[in-house]
Design a binder for this molecule. Structure first.
Ligand SMILES: [Cu+2]
Length: 126
């Protein structure tokens, strides 16, 4: 029973307990919990700020968004900043115009533990 296949299985089995030990660290990643305007929502007016709520505190120097509007035109944004009392809340000022249409937010975050996450969502402006 010492076929290479068996040995590979044994190796995989011995790694498993280690994976369990490492797994809790994954919960420390900054996942996007909610945002304003909300994903898939229709905003009645152009927002002055894009606000992201993460599951963990983030590093504002390495966390931010890009915002693309109708025709994939990039909207000019200000410098992202975390809330003074809650490092999990990031606000990005909108500087460019946001005409009616659909918008895509591409976000990237570095959590206070140094782990990177990213994602995308959309909303519309009426
Ligand atoms: Cu993490």
């Amino acid at each position: 029973m010492s076929s290479p296949r068996f040995l590979r299985g044994l190796a995989a089995a011995s790694v498993f307990p280690l994976a369990l030990l490492i797994a809790p660290a994954a919960f420390a990643h900054a996942h996007l919990k909610s945002q304003m305007p909300a994903a898939d929502s229709v905003a009645a007016a152009a927002p002055k700020t894009i606000e992201l709520h993460f599951s963990e505190g983030v590093e504002p120097a390495f966390t931010g968004i890009s915002l693309k509007g109708p025709g994939a035109a990039a909207v000019k944004l200000g410098k992202p900043a975390v809330d003074a009392h809650d490092k999990a809340v990031l606000r990005v000022p909108v500087q460019g115009p946001m005409p009616a249409g659909s918008y895509v937010v591409d976000w990237h975050a570095v959590a206070v533990d140094g782990h990177k996450t990213k994602g995308q969502y959309s909303f519309s402006v009426k």
